[in-house]
Design a protein around this ligand. Structure first.
Ligand SMILES: Cc1cc2nc3c(=O)[nH]c(=O)nc-3n(C[C@H](O)[C@H](O)[C@H](O)COP(=O)(O)OP(=O)(O)OC[C@H]3O[C@@H](n4cnc5c(N)ncnc54)[C@H](O)[C@@H]3O)c2cc1C
Length: 397
């Protein structure tokens, strides 16, 4: 009889939850250990949803896409004066990190007491029989497989691959949302059914609707979401922008509500001066602008005997393919497939899985980098860019 491995997952966000659910579905006993002590509810960022991100919710939970996604049917580029430079038909689905997380978390909690909040993995050691996982508090745990889905700053990746460095791409994304109902009728009409771009010199901005905080997905009840990429040089304006109201300098993200008035005033003034009126209205109406720096992180390995790193922990591509959660989810699906194919033998499955997922990660990272270079460095990005469309496996794929 096949015995499926006992699994610990470090990190309970979208990557960790998808891996945990797909592994549980093939018969593994799975626990998630999440460092945060409170349920992860406050990450309001919008995400473009690719097929891999939504796969668990649609295929295994039987949810229709409109239960957790907003949708748009056009892709448009605006000029600074507000006229439409380019307009094409293209269907996209968007959601919010919170919305996807809530569904996956509820599904995982159908078996109670397997999602452990306030459980930070501090170290791990493999031996012939398994992996011993240590926590800041509580007893060590012995499992057959440790899946590290611990994010862009992954302590697991630092321990396993100390030579791998995060490379700052030279720009950050200013982000935020505003209720559609608070927009002027002209702005709502122009933006509600589109992914809207504006390209500036060494900068570009995307605007799209996402579900509201309660998950409402129908037009008029959603939030309009912005992602505005602006270059910030390290050792200067980067640190200035990421210094919060208390003087603390954040390293990779400036949380909502933490930005200093002079920094946020500059962002809003620049929006009024340079952005199409509809886009400027959205940016200047956002209550709590926040920022995330953009990084490239590439790794030579994702599997280490009985330990693997997935999602942003495994590798991080720039966000221009909108494939971060798709890659995180796909890392989990393929892990479950390979473990099932190997009849539960972790040491047989992991090298095969690693080869598959390194290939996925490297092509998406390369594609996303071309968009970043064209938009933020060469100012050649536009509707004809070969990697314009979002996708994990290729532009639009
Ligand atoms: C500007 C920007 C725009 C983006 N747009 C999109 C988009 O449109 N579509 C898309 O799909 N993706 C997008 N992304 C990427 C996406 O947000 C990430 O790829 C995705 O959230 C990664 O998920 P994850 O589960 O791997 O990691 P995370 O969501 O970072 O989760 C890691 C978890 O691990 C926990 N943790 C950390 N250390 C430990 C520890 N030692 N022990 C236990 N737990 C630990 C953390 O608390 C956290 O909950 C964007 C990213 C950026 C920066």
């Amino acid at each position: 009889m096949t015995t499926m491995p006992r699994v610990a997952v470090a990190g309970g966000s979208i990557g960790g939850l998808t891996a945990a659910l797909t592994l549980r579905d093939i018969g593994c006993e799975v626990d998630i250990y999440e460092r945060s002590s409170a349920k992860l509810e406050s990450r309001g960022a919008g995400i473009a949803v690719l097929q891999e991100t939504s796969r668990y919710l649609t295929q295994r939970m039987g949810l229709p896409l409109d239960a957790f996604c907003s949708s748009t049917s056009r892709l448009q580029f605006l000029n600074a004066d507000g006229t439409v430079l380019h307009d094409q038909h293209h269907d996209y689905h968007f959601s919010a990190w919170n919305t996807i997380y809530r569904f996956l978390h509820t599904e995982f909690e159908r078996i109670p007491d397997r999602y452990h909040l306030g459980s930070e993995v501090t170290s791990f050691v493999s031996d012939d029989d398994g992996v011993t996982v240590n926590f800041t508090s509580g007893d060590p745990l012995h499992v057959d497989l440790l899946v590290c889905a611990d994010g862009i700053k992954s302590p697991a990746r630092h321990a396993l691959l100390p030579d791998v460095k995060s490379e700052y791409a030279g720009y950050v994304a200013w982000r935020g949302t505003v209720p559609e109902k608070d927009l002027s009728p002209e702005t709502y009409d122009l933006l509600y059914d589109a992914l809207t771009y504006q390209v500036l010199e060494n900068s570009h901005i995307l605007v799209y609707p996402i579900p509201d905080h309660d998950g409402a997905t129908s037009p008029g009840h959603r939030l309009m979401n912005i992602v505005w990429y602006r270059n910030l040089t390290p050792n200067g304006d980067y640190e200035a922008a990421f210094t919060d109201t208390t003087g603390y300098v954040h390293d990779i993200s400036l949380p909502p509500g933490a930005g200093r008035k002079e920094v946020l005033d500059e962002v809003r003034d620049f929006a009024r001066a340079q952005l199409a009126p509809a886009i400027a209205e959205v940016v200047t109406s956002v209550d709590e602008l926040f920022a995330q720096a953009v990084f490239d992180i590439t790794v030579p390995h994702m599997a280490f005997d009985r330990v693997c790193i997935i999602g942003d922990a495994g590798s991080t591509a720039r966000p221009h393919a909108a494939a971060g959660t798709a890659k995180a989810a796909e890392d989990g699906w393929s892990l479950a497939e390979e473990i099932e194919r190997a009849n539960g033998d972790v040491r047989t499955a992991l090298p095969v899985w690693e080869a598959r997922q390194l290939a996925v990660a490297s092509q998406v990272a390369a594609r996303a980098r071309t968009v970043g270079t064209a938009s933020q460095v060469n100012s050649t990005f536009g509707p004809d860019h070969p990697n314009l469309l979002f996708g994990l496996r290729g532009s639009g794929l």
